[in-house]
Design a protein around this ligand. Structure first.
Ligand code: ADX
Ligand code: SF4
Length: 237
């Protein structure tokens, strides 16, 4: 474990001033077969998938298929496969846990309390994420610091103590406009919901459109007043 922590210090030095494509290449080279990218098929993730796939960088791409995604998300997932012809792995929740949750609490338990919501996220996202990261050393995500106050406190390269991996967010300093511009200029497929007021897209029952001027993540778990609007994938520091 301690050794992996040391890899973080090395990675920090290594990527230094490199641009993100070079940084991804370098990390892939130094953490061969132990580097993964998690995609939820959001705008940021599509930029990163494009970089990885079009440059053939050997980074494994996976998604957490919660079973509650929007139809539009499945569409962009499929279009991404058609265009890039590369593999995207899917991690599904443990069948027994989902069956028990549905048996005990029904399909909408997450609206009832933060505890219930975290239970569902735990089963459908956090546990599958743990499996997806197992045995890896680097985890790439599409997090940007602008997305929330909570995320502003993160770093583009971090050590994730819980999962014992280096976390790298290549678009950490980009703003929403830069992401959109990159998507348009490079003709990258994207989730149709982004054009309907959804800046941030998660599970269908837990995501709604936001009004102009509202926070990017305010449409996620919108009924909760005092949670950090995080599902437990990304711990705050
Ligand atoms: S979340 O924690 O609130 O769901 P958000 O939707 O902002 O996260 O996405 C931030 C990053 O977390 C994404 O860029 C992606 O790397 C990862 N992520 C979020 N949801 C998923 C998912 N369903 N599958 C894979 N990765 C995901
Ligand atoms: Fe469950 Fe909603 Fe969390 Fe998805 S976002 S895992 S549906 S509570």
């Amino acid at each position: 474990m301690g050794n992996t922590r040391m890899l973080f210090e090395k990675a920090k030095e290594m990527i230094g001033e490199l641009d993100m494509t070079a940084a991804l290449r370098k990390l892939a080279e130094n953490h061969k077969d132990k580097i993964v990218f998690s995609t939820s098929f959001g705008l940021e993730d599509q930029v990163i998938s494009h970089l990885i796939f079009s440059n053939h960088i050997p980074i494994k791409v996976f998604t957490l298929e919660t079973g509650r995604l929007f139809p539009e998300t499945y569409s962009v997932w499929n279009r991404t496969l058609e265009i890039y012809k590369e593999k995207i792995e899917a991690f599904f929740p443990q069948m027994d846990s989902v069956e028990q949750l549905l048996r005990d609490k029904g399909p909408f338990s997450f609206y009832e309390s933060i505890e219930n919501r975290k239970e569902c996220c735990g089963i459908r996202k956090v546990e599958p994420l743990r499996r997806a990261l197992l045995g890896n050393q680097v985890w790439i995500t599409g997090i940007r610091k602008e997305q929330s106050m909570n995320r502003a406190g993160m770093q583009n390269l971090e050590w994730d103590e819980l999962h014992q991996v280096i976390k790298y967010h290549p678009l950490f300093d980009w703003n929403a406009e830069e992401v959109k511009k990159y998507i348009t200029e490079n003709n990258i497929p994207y989730n149709a919901l982004h054009d309907k007021g959804f800046p941030s897209i998660g599970c269908q029952p837990c995501t709604r459109a936001v009004k102009q001027g509202e926070d990017e993540r305010s449409g996620r778990w919108w009924w909760e007043n005092n949670s950090k609007q995080e599902c437990g994938l990304h711990q705050s520091h």
